[in-house]
Design a protein around this ligand. Sequence first.
Ligand code: NAD
Ligand code: TYD
Length: 357
Amino acid sequence: MTILITGAAGFIGANFALDWLAGSDESVVNLDKLTYAGNLETLASLRGDARHIFVQGDIGDGELLASLLAKHQPRAVLNFAAESHVDRSIHGPEDFIQTNIVGTFRLLESVRAYWSGLPAEGKAAFRFLHVSTDEVYGSLSATDPAFTEQHRYEPNSPYSASKAASDHLVRAWHHTYGLPVLTTNCSNNYGPYHFPEKLIPLMIVNALAGKALPVYGDGMQVRDWLYVKDHCSAIREVLAHGRVGEVYNVGGWNEKPNIEIVNTVCALLDELRPKADGSSYRSQISYVKDRPGHDRRYAIDAGKLERELGWKPAETFDTGIRKTVQWYLANPEWVANVQSGAYRDWVQTQYVETAAT
Ligand code: NAD
Ligand code: TYD
């Protein structure tokens, strides 16, 4: 048996593929465009492993999809591929519309054509799992209850609007055509192989390089944080036992303001890699101009997933963030290799050309 995963050279998809093949002999076809965020280095341990079939390509390429589906006959397609960074979506939304909306549409059409031709048993067992985000629900006030699956969609950034659109397409392909879909909406992930444009890896990498730690606005925006391997275990659970057509929120029951995250990273680095001059990495914190339209608070109620499928995160924030900082300290080559020319251009656009407050 085989599953097809899109975007499995990215942060979450790669963690998923590594964990999947560590626990199962079911092979993985990995379709990834290798944008700036795709990195085959992350999958280096699978080199020469016949269970991992990598194909460079776009989820919007219907012809490629048709041939891959016909050749490998997957029992499931898991869609991780996306443009995923909010700040980039503000600077240039076009790629987000193309991949997250048009790409998901074309992927759904290719998968529908393949699924329609399966024999009855294969058709009934097939699943299309769409990996999405809590950001589609919009922003909460400090006292609002956490997002449930019933919360209305109120996306505020080009990124979250494009993911919201893709979720709606997935829903419609189930409702209209009967495609057996599952959707997960997860909070902020962190852990190994996280591209250092996102908050936690950026803070670790900048701290170690002696650079400023840029905190947007007042640093009091709240996110729920989940260790990436817990997200992967939730997806495996939903794929195996989720009810077709249902949406499952995934979260860590772990809301924290950004400044607390940054302080925790600094404290761990102070302990694990103290600075020669004895000062704290905290001294590198620098408050900068806020993100336009910055959502104030996200919080996830993952109760449905726990009640229906018995899933709970294995890591607390304390254990997960310690593992993450230790991983970055142990893997400086991985970090150096992702800091390519394209990454340096991004840092120039986002942090150097925009004036600090
Ligand atoms: P990422 O940016 O690290 O990786 C995305 C991957 O998709 C990359 O390997 C990239 O090359 C690939 N890709 C991009 N466009 C493609 C295309 N058109 N065709 C094929 N491949 C393409 O993202 P991530 O953080 O791993 O997120 C994976 C998924 O999880 C996304 O759908 C994202 O919206 C969702 N999600 C992320 C988080 C988070 O905190 N990172 C939280 C909840 C949900
Ligand atoms: P990010 O990791 O980009 O995830 P998202 O925007 O999808 O939640 O950002 C997490 C939070 O950290 C968000 O509130 C923005 C903030 N942030 C900073 O304060 N400084 C930074 O340099 C970055 C990248 C993010």
